[in-house]
Design a protein around this ligand. Structure first.
Ligand code: SF4
Length: 344
């Protein structure tokens, strides 16, 4: 699609957007702060959760870990526990590592330059741009799905957003309309994308950009953004043994780099001797972003006190129990299984 690449013809658009944002910005608690630590945590939390669902989690996390130092000094299991309900636990692990990095490499003060923020563990271009622009007057657009959608519609641009060059392409496109105040511009685009230029049925009648929006004038808003590649979810089969006796059960912590790293799980295998105690099996289906899990959970009730004592004495397992299992982070389907076992 044709567009004016000189950029000068679009500069007023950024200011129109800022004007709209001034009067329509969502009243979110993290909008009252320029503390890079809080902005960072909220960017990570709300990348994966809708605002109203994530607010409680965000507030609880900040209450327990109010600053970088507190987070860096915390035990990893406790960080994971406070991430409960947000999923994507690898992000919590990275946040914890990055907090330690800030303490050691930056003497506890949050780096202010985009390039330095980008060096923090788990921080990508979007988050680095958001933090540097909101907190330090940085000049990088924080390009995410909202940017892709708004810009591809505004310019009626059919660049494929699943293309590996999409981020750079739309970053450049954003600079055509970007005003001086990039921090507010980034937040305005976030609000416009989620409240007005919605994926389905955009509210064009309420949109400040409508007058110049090409997709709107062509009546082709549903055509944009263009996305060709569909990521096919992988099917995955998992087996667990829920080995228990008198309200206690055996667990271990995942060490590999696969899903659920560092979370606690039931035993993925048991000896032939223990299989005689299998009482039943439950099949659970669970969807992750790119995986369809089919989980088989065997209920293994150890009815022999002697064998149970041997298992515990082996020091191979962690003992959990129905009363205190909330103190550890389990993957959602396993946590549900424990909760349902409690009801039985
Ligand atoms: S006019 Fe409609 S399609 Fe264009 S940017 Fe606004 S909401 Fe999106």
């Amino acid at each position: 699609m044709e567009k004016n690449n000189s950029g000068s013809g679009f500069k007023h658009i950024g200011n129109t957007l800022l004007h709209w944002y001034k009067n329509n910005a969502r009243d979110l608690p993290f909008r009252q702060t320029k503390d890079p630590y809080k902005i960072w945590i909220c960017e990570i939390v709300f990348q994966q959760t809708r605002i109203n669902q994530g607010l409680n989690h965000y507030n609880n996390f900040i209450r327990r870990f109010p600053d970088v130092k507190t987070l860096a000094e915390a035990d990893e299991d406790e960080v994971l526990l406070h991430w409960k309900g947000l999923g994507y636990y690898s992000r919590a692990i990275n946040i914890h590592k990055a907090a330690k990095q800030i303490m050691t490499d930056y003497h506890g003060s949050f780096p202010s330059e985009y390039e330095e923020i980008l060096k923090l563990k788990g921080v990508g271009k979007y988050t680095a741009a958001a933090i540097s622009s909101i907190c330090f007057n940085g000049k990088m657009p924080a390009v995410d799905g909202n940017f892709y959608r708004v810009l591809s519609r505004f310019f009626a641009d059919d660049f494929d957003i699943s293309n590996s060059r999409a981020f750079n392409y739309f970053s450049e496109l954003a600079t055509l309309i970007m005003p001086e105040n990039v921090g507010d511009f980034n937040q305005a685009m976030m609000d416009l994308g989620s409240e007005i230029c919605k994926p389905k049925s955009p509210l064009c009648e309420e949109c400040p950009l409508q007058e110049n929006c090409l997709a709107f004038s062509l009546q082709k808003t549903s055509y944009f953004p263009v996305k060709t590649k569909k990521v096919k979810a992988e099917d995955l089969q998992l087996t667990y043994y829920f080995v228990h006796r008198n309200g206690q059960f055996l667990i271990q912590q995942r060490k590999d780099d696969f899903i659920w790293k560092k979370l606690f799980e039931f035993l993925p295998e048991i000896s032939e001797e223990l299989k005689q105690f299998i009482k039943g099996v439950k099949n659970v289906n669970h969807k992750l972003t790119h995986k369809n899990l089919s989980i088989e959970i065997f209920d293994v009730e150890i009815t022999s006190d002697a064998i149970w004592k041997v298992l515990i004495a082996s020091n191979q397992y962690i003992i959990s129990d129905f009363k205190n299992f909330h103190e550890k982070s389990f993957p959602k389907p396993l946590e549900n299984y424990i909760q349902n076992s409690l009801k039985d």
